[in-house]
Design a protein around this ligand. Structure first.
Ligand SMILES: [Zn+2]
Length: 396
């Protein structure tokens, strides 16, 4: 049986190797029709142009079919070794590339158009601040700033609660005092339409207050002893409302746009001179902040002092009390800085309290005139008579 199977296997092998039975033997190819033989030699059929291109590509050493870049010479490196790959890495942007980009005529056309557009945009959005009459650039509407501050209100509430703080209740004497002052200041601010909300944060160590756009008032309880009375508190709240009235937040947001444009231009210029781009971004940002943001912050603070003083005078508060309040604040800050060390004024967004007090002294006569025009004398005389009559048990 085994012998028979071996014999059959040998016979089959012989049959397969024989020229007459092999599938692709030259002898069988000769037997195929001439047309099929021709196709078989040319196939796959491609156009003469493509064939020429293929030949060209293959003829050029180091060129690949779908790549325009030359093939990198073979290096004996491990592609999975990060250090090796870092050593062979090429910079994405080079100073030479930047210089070429900046010197091209199309870049100049785009830059000129952008500059003209920016100038037009700036003049279109120039506004005059109410009361002070200062000209400024503000491209944000009141509504868009209010939408931003809506989120801020939620964040502040969350932040106060996260730090274990709490808001004073509506019937707390300090909240009622703040609300009383606000009731007198709102009608003279011209912003009666805003949705006013007053929140007093119970934090005796913080002497601060702020009003977010849209009429959201936050007062730290620590400022009430420094304000001493309603006139002092009117000086603080008048200042904070004035920031809103003059739309200072929109102005600051608009200023940031200008700073970003300037910073971008500086980066392009230093690229032209071959300077370090990263260094400009870091250093340029600080310089521009000192040059523009901080003085603008001081200008806004001084403006808020002026508007706030006139506002409290019109609401029949005593403007001289503002002087007393800022003197007490100066004393408090002086004590604090003795412990920590104060930055110089040019580094700060706020004018020093000394400068602030000097300015308020200059504006006091104007504020007193404003108070006189508000017929406060008549009101206070009436209030005085009412108090005396009450003490004597009389009805007037
Ligand atoms: Zn301020």
């Amino acid at each position: 049986m085994v012998l028979a199977l071996t014999a059959l296997n040998r016979a089959c092998s012989r049959l397969l190797r024989s020229p007459n039975t092999a599938l692709f033997s030259p002898a069988r190819a000769q037997q195929l029709p001439a047309r099929i033989r021709q196709n078989a030699t040319i196939a796959p059929s491609i156009s003469p142009a493509a064939a020429a291109r293929q030949q060209r590509v293959h003829a050029t050493p180091g060129r690949r079919l779908f790549s325009q870049t030359p093939r990198r010479p073979y290096q004996n490196y491990d592609p999975y070794d990060p250090h090796e790959r870092l050593r062979n890495a090429k910079p994405l942007f080079t100073n030479r590339g930047f210089r070429g980009f900046i010197r091209s005529p199309s870049t100049h056309t785009v830059a000129a158009l952008a500059f003209l557009g920016a100038v037009g945009f700036y003049f279109y959005n120039l506004q005059t601040v109410p009361v002070s009459g200062r000209k400024r650039f503000n491209c944000f509407t009141e509504e868009s700033v209010e939408a931003v501050s809506e989120q801020q209100v939620k964040r502040i509430q969350w932040e106060v609660e996260r730090q274990g703080g709490r808001f004073l209740s509506d019937w707390d004497p300090r909240t009622r005092m703040v609300k009383r002052v606000m009731r007198r200041l709102i009608p003279v601010s011209g912003m009666e339409d805003s949705d006013w909300e007053v929140r007093v944060i119970d934090d005796p160590r913080q002497a601060n207050a702020f009003v977010l756009p849209g009429g959201k008032v936050f007062v730290y309880s620590g400022i009430i002893p420094i304000a001493r009375n309603e006139d002092g508190l009117a000086a603080v709240l008048g200042h904070e409302i004035a920031h809103n009235l003059a739309q200072h937040i929109g102005e600051r947001m608009s200023g940031q746009i200008g700073i970003n444009i300037l910073l971008g231009s500086f980066v392009l210029l230093t690229a032209l001179w071959g300077g370090a781009i990263l260094g400009t971004q870091l250093f340029g940002g600080t310089v521009l902040d000192l040059l523009f943001s901080r003085p603008m912050g001081r200008k806004q603070e001084t403006e808020a002092d002026y508007i706030g003083l006139l506002m409290m005078a019109e609401a029949c508060y005593d403007p001289e009390q503002a002087l007393g309040f800022w003197q007490r604040m100066e004393y408090m800050e002086h004590m604090e800085h003795q412990r920590e060390g104060a930055p110089p004024e040019w580094m700060s967004t706020h004018p020093s309290n000394h400068n602030r007090i000097e300015k308020i002294k200059q504006w006091l006569p104007e504020a007193m005139d404003k108070r006189a025009q508000s017929d406060c004398a008549g009101t206070s005389a009436f209030a005085g008579r009412f108090r005396r009559a009450l003490a004597q048990g009389l009805i007037i």
